[in-house]
Design a protein around this ligand. Structure first.
Ligand code: 86X
Length: 476
């Protein structure tokens, strides 16, 4: 099963993850959590600009409420975890742990929304959720507990809901491209792949070149009025008539961090984009036997201070029980974007040596230009990571017109762009026809940015008239 694995050794030796004694549960160490916090600070500020407010609903769900949406819960039921005991005694009624919070929140939306002046209601929560998955657990990508934000909004009109779906999707694109340096495609999910409880689903889709798999990066759903019907979320409109709200929900999770590890990691370990790295620069003293050790250590401390004062995240590794060589490979495994070495020669020349993690380039920087040069290099690393990831991804995109080309591209682990008739049964048929030990092919999304589709183009799978270009592939 190597083709599926996120390099587990890499996240452990990079000090992101520690394994735990419950399968599918992982300890997220500071090197992980600071990435999460940086993305959270960005997203939280952006949604506040959109007048979305934070709240916190309970972790526990009563069985009655969970059953309320039984149509869409039914398929997920095996994944729901239950608390059945307190101490030695059985609970009178078992209590579910939230796998998502629709059933927890919407009864209160029904209570809080009365008239059009109560709308829009725009809430978000940062929390953990539990889904007791049975297929092979993977840190970040498929864990039984994960962190996410879930936004749940209600509007008087579909137009407002439609607009918000895309605004949120744009924030997700920015998290991936501007912070994690991962190129994504924005698009719409097929009827088969959308959230069944909703009207339509949009997503950002990433691609992992070396496994040849697509991965859904985040989703922004328009729920339409389905949940409003189920939970009786009604309001009196301006004309005094009873109306149903239009709802959205949207989420991104700690899975984003797994995508980052897989897209940028290399044979030396993790590669952190500077924008999310807990430490952007590590400063390592390189003392020789007769050298001025104190002078070198002082220069390291001064370097960290200068960089910190200028707003960079920098630290020195002064540990005396490890050699400089050991520290180099340690910080390479952790993926710190920039390493600064200071030895006797550097001290004598009033310079430091900088080594980039992304391309191993070594540059001597005069101490006087330190801040300016480091800023330039970090910006350049951030840009280069995105550019390199884009080139690798684009090299995997294969446009196909026929079934034979499709099968050939699939066997070459390509990200396939094909003209499609948009029929559900055709997608199901593609799934059955591609079933195998590698997993079936499915649609990833229909990109909003559609190439031109000549009028007489046929669907690659059914031979009927094609309606749109769609990305296909195996996925996580
Ligand atoms: C689907 C839908 C939706 C709010 C989002 O994608 C954005 C944030 N939720 C989540 N989904 C479930 O509804 C679900 C339900 C149960 Cl009961 C479950 F055990 C697992 C689930 N997984 C996904």
């Amino acid at each position: 099963m190597f083709y599926l694995t996120l390099p587990c050794q890499v996240v452990v030796s990079g000090e992101m993850i520690e394994y735990y004694d419950i399968s599918g549960c992982y300890i997220m160490r500071p090197w992980t959590m600071s990435i999460w916090e940086i993305m959270q600070a960005f997203f939280d500020a952006e949604i506040k600009k959109m007048k979305i407010k934070n709240c916190y609903f309970p972790l526990f769900v009563s069985p009655g409420v969970l059953q309320k949406e039984k149509d869409h819960v039914e398929g997920f039921a095996p994944e729901v975890a239950w608390v059945t005991k307190s101490g030695e005694s059985d609970l009178e009624v078992p209590i579910a742990i939230r796998p998502t919070s629709e059933t927890v929140m919407y009864p209160y939306y029904s209570k809080w929304i009365r008239g059009h002046r109560d709308l829009p209601l725009k809430l978000n929560q940062w929390c953990n959720v539990v889904r007791w998955e049975f297929s092979n657990p993977t840190p970040f990508i498929r864990s039984r507990e994960f962190l996410w934000q879930e936004g749940h909004t209600a509007f008087a009109t579909k137009m407002e809901a439609d607009q918000e779906v895309l605004e949120i999707l744009e924030l997700y694109r920015r998290i991936y491209e501007e912070f994690l340096a991962i190129p994504v495609v924005k698009g719409k999910k097929s009827e088969l792949e959308k959230f069944a409880g909703g009207l339509y689903t949009t997503s950002v889709e990433a691609f992992i070149p070396h496994t040849g798999r697509g991965i859904q990066g985040a989703t922004s759903h328009c729920l339409g009025q389905n949940f409003a019907k189920m939970f009786e979320i009604n309001f009196e409109n301006e004309k005094g008539e009873k109306a149903m709200v239009w709802q959205n929900s949207w989420a991104y999770s700690t899975r984003t961090i797994g995508v980052m590890v897989m897209v940028h990691g290399d044979d030396k370990g993790l590669v952190m984009p500077p924008k999310v790295a807990a430490s952007q620069i590590v400063v390592i003293p390189v003392p020789y036997k007769d050298a001025d050790t104190k002078g070198i250590f002082d220069a390291c401390a001064a370097t960290v201070e200068t960089l910190t004062e200028s707003g960079f995240r920098a630290e020195a590794d002064f540990r005396d029980n490890y050699s400089p060589g050991w520290k180099y490979s340690h910080w390479e495994m952790k993926g710190v974007p920039l390493r600064i070495e200071i030895g006797p020669k550097d001290l004598a020349n009033n310079q430091v040596r900088a080594v980039r993690r992304d391309n191993s380039a070594k540059i001597d920087i005069p101490t006087a230009n330190l801040v300016e040069q480091v800023k330039y290099m970090l910006d350049n690393i951030q840009q280069n990571l995105l550019e390199a990831a884009k080139q690798k991804r684009d090299a995997c995109i294969q446009v196909v017109k026929t079934w034979d080309e499709f099968i050939e591209a699939l066997s070459q682990k390509k990200l396939i762009l094909a003209p499609w008739c948009d029929e559900e049964e055709v997608e199901k048929d593609v799934k059955t026809r591609t079933k195998g030990e590698m997993g079936a092919a499915k649609t990833l999304c229909s990109p909003f940015d559609q190439p031109e589709l000549p009028e007489d183009t046929l669907c690659f799978a059914s031979g009927r008239p094609a309606k749109k270009w769609t990305y296909w592939g195996r996925s996580y």
